[in-house]
Design a protein around this ligand. Sequence first.
Ligand code: ARG
Length: 463
Amino acid sequence: MTNKTQNAMWGGRFADGPDAIMEAINASIGFDRRLAAQDIAGSRAHAAMLAAQGIITGSDAEAIREGLLTVLSEIESGNFTFSTALEDIHMNVEARLKDLIGEPAGRLHTGRSRNDQVAVDFRLWVRDQCDEALGKLSALCMALVSQAEAGADWVMPGFTHLQTAQPVTWGHHMLAYVEMFSRDMGRFRDARARMNECPLGAAALAGTSFPIDRHMTAKALGFDRPAANSLDAVSDRDFALEFLAAASICAMHLSRFAEELVIWSTAQFRFVALSDRFSTGSSIMPQKKNPDAAELIRAKVGRIMGANVGLMMVMKGLPLTYSKDMQEDKEQVFDAADNLMLALAAMEGMVRDMTANRANLEKAAASGFSTATDLADWLVRELGLPFRDAHHVTGSLVALAEKKGCDLPDLTLDDMQSAHAGITEDVYKVLGVHNSVASRQSFGGTAPDQVRAQIARWRDQLK
Ligand code: ARG
């Protein structure tokens, strides 16, 4: 069962190679190969710095640079043999570099450890994912703004408790999600700004006795500054946790919207029609057009939040500094990021393609006594009733309409006056859904004018 090949990277003190089970539990190359490009970028920056500081020669640095570029192109073209015996991406790259350039490869690891190496690789990867999420969120917001613009004054029911509450505009509803997704963007931006410190040069944990220049490597890799404490630098995974936290909240928003699309596309609601491109059929029921993409997006929050909790549990209770537990940080982040990006892209596609059914939205908006509040407000404004009394009078009219099986605007003036003698014909003008939404002019309200002002703001902000 034992693998007699000693590890060339650290086998000096070992008489025997690892057991096959040891190798299996220890290796991360199965997944951390995804960090290849970041690993090579980090090594290139490190080698250039070592040469600039006179720690290695210029010709060694040049050989390392050329060799690393070859390794990268081998990996990118699929012509690279990853070895489990070499544990991880760092040692796979270094071993191949040694095959290619010989002795200078052994100088690359001067003043560095895999502990700061993996920290920098993973940070670079997560930073890229923040950028990716920002781009996708911005595209989704643009799609929502376009929907909002098309139906800035289309009327639909607004819900509380999923019961008809008051009429709102389609544009207003779309822009509610723009607010949510733009806060997600803010979280990814904040996380990115905070993670943008470079751990490289922290070495194993204590820094190094070589005269390295951490500012140079930080700058070369696009970081704002080197991380200030070497112990923290190698053991910090907050950046991954913050990414996952932002991703979880974003996925939760996606799932709420997905749920609305599922409801809205039912035969009972028919508020929207999803495009064929983003729907599926049933193998048995020919009439079916299922919102599978929306349902899958609704579900993604489970695994993304799972990753967030999972990594938190990995990190909980770990003493400073690096522990091998931390190798368990990557797979969940990879999975969460992949699924978030897919969900964002699918949601953007669905939103771009979907067609709102204006007539059905308006019909639904007018049912369910949705303008009862407008009636109560009229009693306050025109007859000077205290709001509580107006609420009571309106409630009795709703009960009457319910008994007669009609909506509020269908009640006769006699019906109205039976509840309050002061009511006049004038009341009917506030019972229409268009008047209702147009009257909600308070800042941030649902009136089409307010919605158009917000659309203009978003168009400006998102470009
Ligand atoms: N594969 C390791 C990880 O992902 C790299 C760091 C290993 N460091 C160590 N001291 N064993 O965490």
